[in-house]
Design a protein around this ligand. Structure first.
Ligand code: HEM
Length: 378
């Protein structure tokens, strides 16, 4: 009797699992089909600025400054994002000697030219936490002594071109309106509201929640062993493009990093230090661009959409070498902290485009000014 009961329960449970599996597969197939249908066809080549963006931007600035205050270190005001650096290192960015003419744009207009640069490697979080915690990892590059008019009026004497990236190809929000709603919910400590702002299922952002979760990934073995993406688009001469920086070990001496103790809070800094400073081995990357084909679904105004490589491949325009060096000194670390990187520090040929980049123009400036002003008061 008892045996039969257990068998029946077993059969029922088995059927329930099969049903759930079937429903899951059906849901996945429907979602994939819906996305393929939604995200297809030609897109605009130009920026399309929605009404009300300027007011929404002001709201985001208020929230960003609130976050800087919330995450204040004991003594210093840190960045609102990517607060923790693994190090600022010197680098050489060499334009390919045989670069094809249509890729000779902006700072890549002279084949074979070598730029001196600084690279800041970071964790994405607003709070400097253990490196083993899931997070995005950032890379910000500043080319120095760049000639030509700078995009920002007050930076004319800086002669810089920044490339600001993290190691995931798409962003967890599409545009300024969604960013404003999402970040305000997070700053208020209402994390669930960030992606589920109301009871109405049409407002739920399940796909964006999945992007956020996959952006917060386990740490790479070293900041030199992951690929960094611009995520948002930029001008590339007359074209629109995204860019990325990928490890290129074949251009450097063979090197195997000794395993690091990942339980230590700053093991990514140690890994960088081990390679560049102790073992004195350089790190190599390629800098690549992916040019927009507006006949494909490669939108400018939606950073949650990854441009497919099958629609437009990444093309190498330069090689980056981070030579062996001693970077981990108190003076250099402080200088690194006081440095500002910004996608808008640069020239017209690489102008940031799209809503998220327009938002970054105002927010990076406001946060950078705020933390520098507060730090100089101390
Ligand atoms: C396209 C997606 C984005 C990427 C790839 C990105 C990447 C980065 C990186 C790598 C840094 C650190 C720069 C450094 O080393 O100094 C940074 C800083 C920062 N990001 Fe972003 N970010 C993105 C979007 C945004 C958005 C939408 C906002 C807010 C509107 C934002 C606000 C900031 C701020 C305020 C800082 C600190 C600036 C400073 O104090 O100097 N970011 N970001």
């Amino acid at each position: 009797m008892l045996m039969t009961l257990w068998l029946r329960i077993g059969v029922l449970l088995g059927k329930a699992v099969l049903l759930l599996l079937g429903l899951g597969l059906l849901g996945w197939a429907l979602a994939t089909a819906w996305l393929a249908w939604q995200y297809r066809g030609a897109v605009a080549r130009e920026e399309l600025i929605p009404p009300g963006e300027a007011a929404m931007t002001q709201d985001v600035i208020q929230t960003a400054v609130r976050i800087v205050d919330q995450h204040r270190d004991n003594t210093r005001y840190l960045r609102d994002a990517h607060a923790k650096a693994h190090g600022c290192v010197k680098a050489e960015v060499q334009v390919l000697a045989d670069l094809t003419p249509e890729l000779r744009q902006g700072v890549f207009d002279t084949p074979g030219k070598t730029w001196q640069a600084i690279v800041r490697l970071s964790n994405g979080n607003a709070y400097p936490q253990f490196d083993s915690i899931r997070d995005a990892r950032g890379m910000a590059i500043k080319l120095q002594d760049v000639s030509g008019n700078q995009l920002l009026e007050d930076r004319q004497d800086q002669g810089e071109q920044d490339f600001v990236m993290f190691n995931h190809p798409n962003f967890f929000v599409s545009d300024v309106a969604e960013y404003r709603q999402n970040v305000a919910a997070q700053a208020d400590g209402k994390k669930a509201m960030a992606f589920f702002p109301s009871w109405d299922p049409r407002s739920w952002q399940v796909r964006h929640l999945l992007i956020a979760l996959s952006t917060l990934a386990p740490a790479p073995a070293s900041p030199t062993q992951t690929t960094y993406f611009s995520v948002s688009p930029y001008k590339f001469g007359a074209a629109n493009a995204k860019f990325r920086v990928a490890p290129d070990p074949d251009s450097c001496p063979r090197y195997t990093l000794a395993p690091q103790n990942q339980a230590l809070p700053n093991f990514l800094r140690s890994a960088l230090n081990q390679q560049l400073s102790t073992d004195r081995v350089p790190a190599c990357f390629v800098l690549q661009v992916q040019r927009q084909d507006p006949n494909k679904y490669m939108p400018i105004e939606d950073t949650s959409v990854e441009w497919r490589e099958s629609d437009a491949p990444f093309e190498t325009v330069a090689r980056i070498k981070i030579p062996a060096q001693d970077f981990d000194t108190p003076a250099q670390n402080l200088q690194c902290d006081n440095q500002s990187f910004n996608p808008w520090f640069g020239i017209e040929a690489h102008r940031p485009i799209g809503g998220i980049n327009r938002l970054r123009k105002a927010v990076y400036q406001a946060v950078s000014d705020y933390r520098h002003a507060r730090n100089s008061e101390q």
